[in-house]
Design a protein around this ligand. Sequence first.
Ligand SMILES: [Ca+2]
Length: 546
Amino acid sequence: MNPLPYGSGTGTDPAGMVAAGATKMKRKPLLLIGGLGVVLVGGIVTVKLLAPPPPPNIIVIMADDHAQAAISAYGSGLIQTPNIDRLADEGILFSSSFVTNSICAPSRAVLLTGQYSHRNGLRDNLDGFDGTQMTFPKLLQNAGYETAVVGKWHLKTEPVGFDHSRVLVGQGSYYGPTFLVDGVEVEHPGYVTDLITDFALEFLETRHEDKPFFLLYNHSAPHRNWMPSPQHLDLYAGEELPLPPTFDDDYEGRPAAREADMRIDDMYLSFDLKLDAEDYEHETGTGGKAGYDSISAWVALYERMTEEEKAAWQAHYGPLNHAFAEDPPEGSELSRWKYQRYIKDYLRCVAAIDDNLGRFLDRLDELGLSDNTIVIYTSDQGFFLGEHGWYDKRFMYEESMRTPLIIRYPRGIAAGQVADALVVNLDTAPTILDFAGVPVPTEMQGRSLRALTLGRTPTDWRQGVYYHYYEYPQGWHSVRPHYGIRTDRYKLIHFYGELDVWELYDLERDPHELTNVYGDPDSADIAEELLGQLKDLQHEFGDTVR
Ligand SMILES: [Ca+2]
């Protein structure tokens, strides 16, 4: 537990350079050499030790299942997210940002450790996190940061490396959620996205002002089952949102996609789509897990609402559900009805995140913290918003492998930048440590994004992203295990095990990944080249070649 000095190893820290400049104006030094200022006072030259630049505060805001396609800064045609866009306008947006294993808990473990799933030990949602291992919050804590986590945690073991924790129990619930507050379960009335933001702000107000802080502010929205807040129930009311062009995908040439159980068509009418028991005769799909008691799960979540919340809920859904019961849609019409309800509820949950982000950023301004605080907005992974007829994630296909990543740091990162280099969620931990001036452990497998934030792409930057998904056959949605590589133009995937199928996509010609060209003679050269790169990455990262 040897605290490292703040700012150590940050000789080229733009924060330091700007901070020194500000100090220079205030104290009128004639010369600045490192931390020494030579000051002319009454004709006598004196040498003063200038205060080192303060280390940046760091806030990571991580949503759960927030697709790039539901952020207007990423070009969404579905929703306006003015506050997330504000972060992008005032900082840097990474347009080619990916995860290494597109599923909740594993992705969180990658973020904390900067290591692939096979290294940090959390391969799927059934595993628990080994809290004894190295994580970047622990390193920040050791370096003198005050550390806190609020909101979603989902790693089964209790948070380690945080001075304060107020995390949801399990997946949490949208209404009346139960939080684990420093080890004690406390139920809070209200809406989860508002509450998590309240707790994040409470930390800012009560922290020790003589220390830099790190706050992990994790939303549970817009995770399934997409229950909007009372304020957003009428957003999109009466509108018909556009279907993605691949909604009716037939999965030709992609057997793993065909057998996955994550089609909107198979969603539960109760738990997912909020129909009341009297509005339909029987559930219409497996919902990703045969035998799941979706109706009991839905009733339990609904009953967490207050009477006032239930009244608002019924005022919105009641007439719509009644119309469904009066004239039940069938076949393709039912699929489209399900899509409309799903996408609207999902986007309403995103709207609550964006509103709360605005409230949070305004308070950061009022507290005078914005300038020296790094704010990172990201998600644990992307999500399918009807593309290929799906919801959920897991696949190495674009919609789920991509994740939003935006960084704002007024003191150290120029505003309005977009970087298109390939970046991965492995990079977050080393980036944060780099900005904090804390040495990055060699076992971390990502790279600091700091050079990219300065507008430079190192010549040896990665040419491909290595991916590996594991959760099968246990868990949900029947997505076969697979690994692969994504370069700036191509993607090679191997669904291994019994299925043993390779897929190859040219993302320039086929951005929706509908045509598997693996085995096509015209693609043989690129397939061989990608296979070589893939093997190199598996060797570099110490993953088992299958
Ligand atoms: Ca997730």
